[in-house]
Design a protein around this ligand. Structure first.
Ligand code: NAD
Ligand code: FE2
Length: 376
């Protein structure tokens, strides 16, 4: 038996975010909107025209821009209290994965009696939630169409909330918002999206034909566009393909969840604040090599679909080529992680059961040590 869920209302328009008043139509009965973002996105002015259009149309707006990368639980709680006090009728998450994930949990907490610690895990967050709209400004996480929010608890641990009540009510994909993304963020978030598609296609428990089709479609777009978008940030066709590719990959992995690459990537973000996409890019090809004995046929199917070769090794080579062509760092040392940290990271990776259970080949502690050492 397979089942597949996704956001029911996805709209695509380059330049659309300037007309947010039209895009929120029907979502906010009391005309009070909370916008969740971060200071970087806000300073870029990406949301200014949209807020002006909403105010012009008679909406009252509060902006919570305290989100930081790998959002800590405490900031989410502060945001939820502010949104509740404002009596918002709609939450808009506007930014990369961090503001969108924060907005998902805020929309939940602001209308629920559940405490945040009751939500971590799969299927534990139960509705009702405030109406939620998501507008991505990076092309990577696919968070706009997933039922996942990743928060940092305590000092270092990244934990996931996975529940269908986290699906947004509406998504706006406006590639214009991503034009100014620096090359390094374009590259690492784009590789994150490719990892989502590869892990969805090779996810052993919930692999399904709809996710498979979406993952292949995502990889076709992302592979073509990532080098072009890194070379010329203003290439609108490439930006649009990146944004749509990341969304398709998000739909795929929301139903056929991620696996070993993400499990080994999370400790890099949790302990050392290496950006999520870069963490994935660093561990990707070594995890693929480890998985190859069990996943070779699936990697080969992807390679043939992309036209890059006939077997699993061809896909690994292609991902190595893309990392090279987009200049992403290749070693732990390049992101200031020393050999002494490897046992601690491997121990932490072993706690990511939610992801490890989906991996094509069982990832042991010893294998995880070897993978980190290979990229030292
Ligand atoms: N919910 C999911 O399904 C899911 C999936 C993958 C990752 N994640 C989570 O998403 C987070 C990472 O998200 P991310 O990679 O999008 O990065 P991010 O949201 O953390 O943002 C990274 C940086 O990019 C800047 N930025 C965002 N948009 C920009 C733009 N258009 N131009 C210039 N700068 C811009 C931000 O200000 C920030 O400084 C992590 O916490 C990760 O765990 C969630
Ligand atoms: Fe990811």
């Amino acid at each position: 038996m397979h089942s597949f869920q996704t956001v029911a209302d996805i709209r695509i328009e380059p330049g659309g975010a300037a007309k947010l008043d039209a895009y929120v139509d029907g979502l906010c009965a009391n005309k009070r909107i909370a916008v969740i973002t971060d200071k970087g996105v806000r300073a870029l002015g990406l949301i200014d025209a949209g807020i002006a259009a909403l105010e012009e149309a008679g909406y009252q707006i509060m902006v919570f821009d305290d989100v930081v990368a790998d959002p800590p639980e405490g900031i989410v709680l502060q945001g939820a209290a502010a949104v509740k006090a404002f009596q918002a009728g709609l939450v808009i998450g506007f930014g990369g994965g961090s503001p969108m994930d924060t907005a998902k949990v805020i929309a939940h907490l602001a209308s629920s009696d559940q405490k945040i610690h009751e939500l971590y895990g799969v299927g534990l967050a139960k509705g009702p939630t405030l109406p939620l709209m998501l507008v991505p400004t990076t092309a990577g996480t696919g968070s706009e169409v997933t039922n996942v929010a990743i928060l940092t608890t305590g000092e270092t641990e990244k934990k996931g909330i996975v529940a269908d009540s986290l699906y947004a009510d509406r998504v706006l994909l406006d590639a214009q918002l991503t034009i100014g993304l620096p090359k390094s963020i374009t590259a690492s978030t784009g590789i994150d999206a490719m990892v989502h598609a590869i892990e969805a296609y090779t996810s052993i428990i919930e692999k399904n034909p709809i996710s498979d089709a979406l993952a292949l479609a995502a990889l076709r777009k992302l592979r073509r566009a990532i080098v072009a978008a890194c070379g010329d940030g203003a290439d609108m066709d490439a930006r649009n393909d990146m944004l749509i590719g990341a969304m398709l990959a998000g739909q795929a992995f929301s139903n056929a969840p991620c696996a070993g690459v993400h499990a080994l990537a999370y400790p890099l973000g949790g302990f050392f604040h290496v950006p999520h996409g870069l963490s994935n890019a660093l561990v990707l090809t070594e995890v693929m090599k480890y998985n190859q004995p069990k996943a070779d046929h699936w990697y080969g199917e992807i390679a043939r679909d992309l036209g890059v070769g006939g077997n699993g090794s061809a896909l690994i080579d292609e991902m190595l080529r893309l990392k090279e062509a987009t200049d992403v760092p290749k070693t732990l040392s390049a992101v200031n992680i020393a050999a002494e940290a490897i046992p601690m990271m491997a121990k932490d990776a072993m706690t990511k059961d939610r992801l490890l259970v989906n991996n094509a080949r069982e990832l042991t502690y010893a294998a995880t040590l070897d993978i980190y050492e290979a990229i030292l």
